[in-house]
Design a protein around this ligand. Structure first.
Ligand SMILES: NC(=O)c1ccc[n+]([C@@H]2O[C@H](COP(=O)([O-])OP(=O)(O)OC[C@H]3O[C@@H](n4cnc5c(N)ncnc54)[C@H](O)[C@@H]3O)[C@@H](O)[C@H]2O)c1
Length: 250
């Protein structure tokens, strides 16, 4: 019996990076996975990969910043696989570095809409669906920047801090009904995007800010996320868990 046999999961932003890895690993451990992304082709590629490997998956186009899409994603999971038990609210974006005085208001609104409103919209429809299914678990993908700040990233840092509060409220309201909600805070993860956006010197400096002296991997984030979604985490709810190589330790 695999950890997620007979479970149905939604992973938002599942077409790339951390969300894609979580989708693959959930499916490898028995879950039926609805891979959602604003880029349907990216979600479809991950779903196809899962199916080719013998797993169960379906792709769904979802802009998490639109509440109607979150409602539709939950309905799609129920119609396609019969219920919803697990969700990873993973879709997130950043903005170009800028100080608060010069902050582009549209950039602030864009980041808040995806990173915060998007997770609220997700929870609003996922949590009642999980209660109806007899129980479940949610992970909200925050960041180590949900507990510490960095300059020139007001929108991202603020949205990720806010997620830890939203996670607590979800837990207070739904844990007794069988649905646990937790947040995960990755340090900087070695994705093509992070690597290609930094000069070799900047990459070395960033690595050095982690006690591990390296960036993390999508697999290390997936390992914590799957643990929190599993029954082994049955007494863990409303809390925020770092997987940051010691970034926040100083
Ligand atoms: N990579 C890191 O170093 C790092 C560190 C800490 C936290 N995180 C968080 O982890 C999550 C995933 O990050 P990643 O590095 O895998 O990013 P990524 O850019 O590789 O993947 C994000 C996915 O989300 C999708 N997406 C973007 N906006 C969306 C929207 N409005 N609706 C639906 N999908 C949308 C993108 O198309 C993409 O497929 C994000 O919430 C990010 O903030 C990442």
């Amino acid at each position: 019996m695999a950890r997620f046999d007979n479970k149905v999961a939604i992973v938002t932003g599942g077409g790339s990076g951390i969300g894609a890895e979580i989708s693959r690993e959930l499916a490898a451990e028995g879950a039926s996975v609805v891979v959602t992304d604003i880029k349907l082709d990216a979600a479809q590629m991950v779903a196809d990969e899962i199916i080719a490997a013998g797993g169960k998956a379906a792709a769904f186009e979802q802009n998490t910043a639109k509440w109607e899409d979150s409602e539709a994603a939950v309905k799609f999971a129920q119609d396609t696989f019969g219920a919803l038990h697990l969700a990873v609210n993973n879709a997130g974006i950043g903005a170009a570095p800028q100080t608060i005085g010069d902050y582009d208001i549209a950039a602030w609104d864009r980041v808040r809409a995806v990173n915060l409103d998007g997770v609220f919209y997700g929870l609003k429809f996922q949590l009642p669906a999980m209660v109806a299914a007899g129980g479940g678990a949610v992970v909200n993908m925050a960041s180590v920047l949900g507990s510490v700040g960095i300059a020139q990233n007001a929108a991202y840092v603020t949205s990720k801090h806010a997620l830890t509060g939203l996670t607590k409220v979800a837990a207070l309201e739904y844990t007794a009904q069988g649905v646990r909600t937790n947040a995960v805070g990755p340090g900087f993860i070695d994705t093509p995007l992070v690597r290609s956006s930094l000069s070799p010197e900047a990459l070395t400096a960033l690595e050095g800010e982690h006690a591990s002296r390296r960036l993390g991997t999508d697999k290390e984030v997936a390992a914590l996320t799957l643990f929190l979604l599993s029954d082994a985490a049955s007494f863990i709810s409303g809390s925020y868990h770092l997987v940051d190589g010691g970034y926040a330790a100083h």
